[in-house]
Design a protein around this ligand. Structure first.
Ligand SMILES: N[C@@H](CCC(=O)N[C@@H](CS)C(=O)NCC(=O)O)C(=O)O
Length: 313
């Protein structure tokens, strides 16, 4: 991680743990906002912003999906880092499906953090939304980036779809409030727990949440809140698509596979059928990335399965 703008060799590829051995995710530090009128200092303009992502990363993938669904691909360019974390964190390079940083010529993502703030202290995480005009980071919090892509680009975006409609906000917020801690971050809490008790709590949370979602889908709805896809679906999808590939085995979330839940399985297939969503997924990056976490898989063997042909891979 960076300490006062210098890369520290003391960093640990796993984020912090609390007193009970539970996994603690760092909070994001760049929280500027893009607006249609530019009042915030960051105006919505074509070809001004760039998104740095890792395809292994569920948080970065949220931003990629929102960019697709809101028709912002031609306005916001993208670079993909290599799937594994190196000693200096995320790296640009020639791994299939990854990019060189042709915009800023960085070798490592952390260089962009120090370019934005020469004294930055913290982890250099993806996603990063970069402003080409002022050469700084606009925002590195995926939840913000999704909302910004939804409404910050005004008429420049495709507004046929509203990911956070006023009428559904309370329900979306309520779903986010349980899905994030129990499931999105719950799988990480299970995977990176360093005590049996914190693992067991996380494991219980993950499967309680999956069971509740399976029940919710019983009335035949296509998406979480009915027939309209919202940001709650983006946030759920990014975890579900990684579940059988990485979380079930590597993170020890092995009570059931995702495909053992008939309605969640159907839901996952419906999400993959939404135009643009599948393009944001790389099963190869997901596998390579998670299974190269040395703390969890010291020999770095990448599993040959699971069979993902039922999902079109
Ligand atoms: N709050 C952030 C979390 C992002 C995050 O934790 N990204 C991970 C990858 S999935 C990362 O870049 N980790 C690198 C590190 O911790 O050094 C968001 O949702 O945008």
């Amino acid at each position: 991680m960076l300490v006062n703008g210098k890369w520290s060799t003391e960093w640990h590829p796993v984020q912090a743990t609390d007193k009970q051995g539970g996994f603690v995710r760092q909070t994001s530090s760049f929280r500027h906002w893009i607006t249609p009128d530019g009042d915030s200092g960051f105006a919505a303009e074509p070809d001004r912003y760039h998104l740095y992502v890792a395809l292994i990363c569920p948080w970065a993938s949220r931003a990629l999906i929102a960019r697709k669904l809101k028709g912002l691909e031609h306005l916001i360019s993208v670079s993909v880092v290599e799937p594994q974390l190196y000693d200096q964190g995320w790296r640009f390079g020639d791994f299939p499906g990854a990019d060189r940083d042709t915009l800023n010529q960085a070798e490592y993502l952390h260089e962009l953090y120090t370019r934005a703030d020469a004294r930055y202290t913290g982890r250099a995480t993806v996603p990063v939304l970069w402003d080409k005009k002022t050469a700084t980071i606009v925002n590195n919090e995926s939840a913000d980036i999704v909302r910004m892509f939804n409404s910050g680009f005004g008429a420049l975006a495709d507004n046929h779809i509203d990911l956070y409609p006023h009428a559904l906000r309370e329900e979306i917020d309520a779903l986010n409030e349980t899905i994030y801690p129990r499931l999105n971050n719950g799988v990480y809490r299970a995977g990176f727990a360093t005590t049996q008790i914190s693992y067991q709590q996380a494991f219980n949370d993950v499967f309680t949440q999956l069971n509740e979602l399976e029940l919710l889908l019983q009335d035949g709805r296509t998406f979480l809140l009915g027939e309209r896809l919202t940001e709650a679906d983006i946030r759920l999808f990014v975890t579900l698509i990684r579940f059988d590939v990485a979380y079930h085995a590597l993170f020890k979330c092995n009570l059931r596979r995702l495909r053992d839940y008939p309605l969640l399985d159907r839901y996952l297939k419906s999400m993959l059928a939404v135009s643009g969503v599948r393009d944001t997924v790389s099963i190869d990056h997901i596998k390579q990335g998670y299974y190269s976490i040395k703390a969890l898989n010291p020999n770095g063997i990448i599993p040959a399965g699971p069979d993902m042909s039922a999902y079109g891979w």
